[in-house]
Design a protein around this ligand. Structure first.
Ligand SMILES: Nc1ncnc2c1ncn2[C@@H]1O[C@H](COP(=O)(O)OP(=O)(O)O)[C@@H](O)[C@H]1O
Ligand SMILES: [Mg+2]
Length: 258
C-alpha cells in the first residue's frame, strides 16, 4: 500500500514528492493523509472528569499545512497525541493514509507511526541517553522492520549527516539533549521528526520558546516537508506559524469552533 518506503529507493530531498506520485499512481485512493472522525477523550482524576476532546473531526491533505490554535487547556496536545497514536481516543477514529491508527495494539500504532508520521513534541523529542546522531538514526530505522527492511540499503551515516546539515547541526552530532541550546534542541528535535521522511508531520508548539531566527529556520524546514507532499499539522500560539498555514482550526473546550 505504501510503495516507496523500504523499497530500496535511496531517499533524496525529492523522495516525498516521489512517494506522492507513486501513491497517486497506485491503487491507493488519493485519500487525505490524516483523518480524525469524531474523536472523544475523557480524563478522570478522582471525582473530576475532564472532557478534553468532544467529537473532533478533521482532515489534513497531502502538502497541506494546518495550524491548530486555542487557549491553554482546550485539548490541543490531547488531540495531537491521539492523531499521532501516542494516546488512544475514548471514541472516534484516526486514519493515516486510509489505514486505521486508533484502537490497535500499541506496538502496531508505534510501527505505523515510525513508518509514516513525524512527531515534534516541545523539548521532548530526543532520548536523553542518546546523542543527536543516534536519536536520528533510531528514528530513521525504527519503522524498518520485517518487510519494510527488505532492500533497505542506504548509507545511513550519510543520510543522517545530510539531515544534520539541513537543520544546521552538523557540528553537534555527538551532543546530548542536555548540552543543546533551546534553538539547537528544537532543530535536533525536528531532525528526529523528519528522519523517517514522514507523510504526516504533527508538531506541538514547535516554535514556542524560540527567537525569531530559530523560529523562521524551523518553519522553513517544516514547510519544505509540506512542499515535498507531507501533511503538516501544527499546534501553535505563534502568529508566524498561523501566517504560513493554509488553514487554521480553532479548538475550544475540546470542540472545533471553525
Ligand atoms: N493525562 C491527563 N490526565 C488528566 N487530565 C488531563 C490529562 N491530559 C490532559 N488533561 C486535561 O485535558 C484538558 C486538555 O489538555 P491539553 O490537551 O494538554 O490542552 P492544551 O494542549 O490545549 O493546553 C486540560 O483540562 C487538561 O488538564
Ligand atoms: Mg498543550
Amino acid at each position: 500500500m505504501i510503495p516507496l518506503r523500504g523499497s530500496g529507493v535511496a531517499p533524496s530531498p525529492a523522495s516525498g514528492r516521489l512517494a506522492e506520485h507513486v501513491r497517486r499512481a497506485s491503487s491507493e485512493p488519493a485519500a487525505s493523509a490524516l483523518t480524525a472522525d469524531r474523536l472523544y477523550r475523557f480524563f478522570r482524576t478522582g471525582e473530576e472528569e475532564t472532557l478534553a476532546l468532544q467529537g473532533v473531526s478533521l482532515t489534513v491533505n497531502p502538502g497541506e499545512t494546518v495550524a491548530v490554535v486555542g487557549p491553554s487547556g482546550c485539548g490541543k496536545s490531547t488531540l495531537l497525541g491521539c492523531l499521532a497514536g501516542l494516546d488512544e481516543p475514548d471514541g472516534g477514529t484516526v486514519r493515516v493514509g486510509g489505514q486505521r491508527l486508533s484502537h490497535r495494539p500499541e506496538a502496531e500504532r508505534a510501527r505505523l507511526r515510525a513508518q509514516r508520521i513525524g512527531v515534534l513534541l516541545q523539548n521532548r523529542n530526543l532520548l536523553p541517553h542518546l546523542d543527536v546522531r543516534a536519536n536520528i538514526e533510531l528514528a530513521r530505522t525504527a519503522g524498518r522492520v520485517g518487510p519494510w527492511r527488505r532492500g533497505f540499503t542506504e548509507n545511513l551515516g550519510a543520510r543522517v549527516m545530510e539531515l544534520l546539515e539541513r537543520v544546521g547541526l552538523s557540528t553537534r552530532a555527538h551532543a546530548y539533549a542536555s548540552e543543546l541550546s533551546g534553538g539547537e534542541l528544537a532543530r535536533a528535535g525536528l531532525a528526529v521528526a523528519l528522519a523517517n521522511d514522514p507523510d504526516i508531520v504533527l508538531a506541538d508548539e514547535p516554535t514556542g520558546e524560540l527567537d525569531g531566527d530559530s523560529e523562521r529556520h524551523v518553519l522553513e524546514l517544516l514547510r519544505d516537508r509540506a512542499g515535498a507532499g507531507a501533511a503538516l499539522l501544527v499546534v501553535t500560539h505563534s502568529t508566524r506559524v498561523v501566517a504560513i498555514a493554509d488553514r487554521v482550526i480553532h479548538l475550544h473546550d475540546g470542540m472545533l469552533t471553525s
